[in-house]
Ligand binder design. Structure first.
Ligand code: CTP
Length: 429
């Protein structure tokens, strides 16, 4: 079989889905957390979004407009009645694909909840038709106040999304408690969720496995592989962004976890098998991106194996194949995506895995390909399906873009007649 070369745009950081080319209005109100909003503006601009910053008068007591102008490369908007810009609130509201207010102070929330429009930011809110995310940040006592809670509940009832504050260190001398603004990376992820187009994955249950597993030899040593979990975590993050309820079954990872996932930590292949088996009956989509250890020592030494000066022979036996041994647990009509990491006879081996493991889609990796596979941020993959179509060869892409390409295929498979993806309301979309 000669793979056909499908054309895909090359994806760089500045063309990151779903931010690239989208207009995000960042509203900044006057709280100390506004110093973190500068980093949020940076993340959004770096991902290719056009960021319009609107600052309240109080926000300008904390951070300068120049900071945001330098980070976004665009003018910052501050006044409702600036000369020649009296219709800015309408223009900005119409142009925005999404609005994020971070930090949203108690005062801003109160004014928004009661429909006031006495400054540019609140006037924009009344004129807006796009999704809006409030990111409250304030002192824990102010956050706990019944009035603030009532305002938050009312904003939610009006259809606004709310990302609740973290429990952590507050302003200097104020100790810690609930009120701290979530980190910019988490807010950035939630903005991505609002920007994502409506997806067939919204409300479905998705299970993704990631990382290696470890098989103990003795109390201090184990057998494993070079997997870091980057590819699986990118897939889980992208599925969450599309509105799915995502469970990540994670071996020991070397990457940080993104927002929104339910994480089941496992160490051995048998533990991963059990965790996957528990999820499968309710999963509409399984993506087996993990690299489970294929062998375990036939005996695990109770004490540390001491050096003897002699060669040591290890007897290994195979661990269970997770995809094969959990076949019967799969939800009828669900979609199952596996990976194939190969060094030889790539297409033939991947096709065998597609059939033997009853997969709907195989993502083939060449283990010898530079810039692809374990540890790196990019991957070059080929897709094989059971529909007898030509394998689809993708170019070298960031793993985040590969994740989206995999989910695009999985969505198409889920939409086939006879598939019964059950949807629950998506959280926060
Ligand atoms: N996999 C699995 N259980 C294992 C090992 C692998 O379910 N014990 C899954 C992987 O997550 C992947 C697919 O099976 O989705 C193929 O994994 P791969 O390592 O390429 O192949 P193996 O099945 O382990 O076969 P071989 O080592 O002979 O290539």
């Amino acid at each position: 079989m000669t793979p056909s070369i499908a054309s895909h745009p090359s994806v760089t950081d500045s063309t990151l889905r779903p931010y690239a080319g989208r207009r995000v209005l960042l509203g900044v109100s006057g709280g100390i957390a506004s110093y973190k909003s500068a980093w949020l503006a940076r993340l959004l601009a770096k991902a290719g979004a056009e960021v319009d910053v609107v600052m309240t008068r109080a926000a300008m007591e904390f951070v300068g407009a120049v900071t945001f102008e330098a980070l976004t490369g665009r003018p910052v908007h501050t006044g409702l009645f600036d000369a020649g810009r009296t219709l800015d609130h309408i223009r900005l509201a119409k142009a925005a694909d999404c609005i994020v207010i971070a930090p949203a102070t108690a005062d801003l929330m109160a004014r928004a909840a009661t429909g006031q429009a006495d400054d540019l930011l609140t006037a924009v809110l009344l004129a807006a038709g796009c999704p809006v995310l409030f990111v409250p940040a304030m002192n824990d006592r102010m956050w706990a106040h019944a009035q603030t809670r009532a305002n938050a509940a009312h904003l939610a009832a009006l259809g606004y999304a709310l990302l609740p504050p973290d429990d952590g260190l507050l302003a200097a001398g104020e100790g810690s408690g609930p009120g701290r603004m979530p980190e910019p990376e988490a807010i950035f992820a939630h903005v991505g969720r609002l920007l994502e187009p409506a997806s067939p994955l919204a409300g479905t249950r998705v299970t993704v496995t990631a990382g290696p597993t470890q098989e103990a030899l003795d109390p201090v040593r184990f057998l494993s592989n070079h997997s870091t979990g980057k590819m699986g975590v990118a897939i889980a993050a992208a599925a969450w962004r599309r509105g799915a309820h995502v469970t990540l079954v994670a071996g020991p990872l070397q990457v940080s976890l993104p927002a929104g996932l339910t994480v089941v930590n496992v160490r051995t292949t048998e533990e991963m098998r059990d965790a996957v088996a528990a999820q499968l009956p309710t999963s509409d989509l399984l993506v087996m991106a993990a690299a489970p250890a294929d062998y375990q020592p036939s005996a695990r030494a109770e004490g540390k194996l001491k050096k003897t000066g002699q060669p040591r022979t290890l007897e290994l036996h195979e661990t269970p194949d997770i995809l094969l041994t959990t076949l019967a647990a799969r939800k009828p009509g669900s979609v199952c995506v596996g990976f194939a990491l190969e060094t030889d006879d790539l297409l033939a081996n991947a096709t065998r895995k597609l059939e033997r493991k009853a997969l709907d889609l195989v993502v083939l990796n060449d283990a010898n390909e530079p810039g692809a596979g374990f540890g790196v941020d990019t991957n070059r993959v080929t897709f094989l399906t059971r529909q007898g179509t030509e394998p689809e060869v993708l170019p070298l892409m960031p793993k985040s873009a590969v994740a989206d390409a995999i989910l695009d295929r999985a969505e198409a498979l889920l939409m086939q007649p006879g598939r019964v993806a059950q949807r629950e309301p998506a959280n926060g979309r």
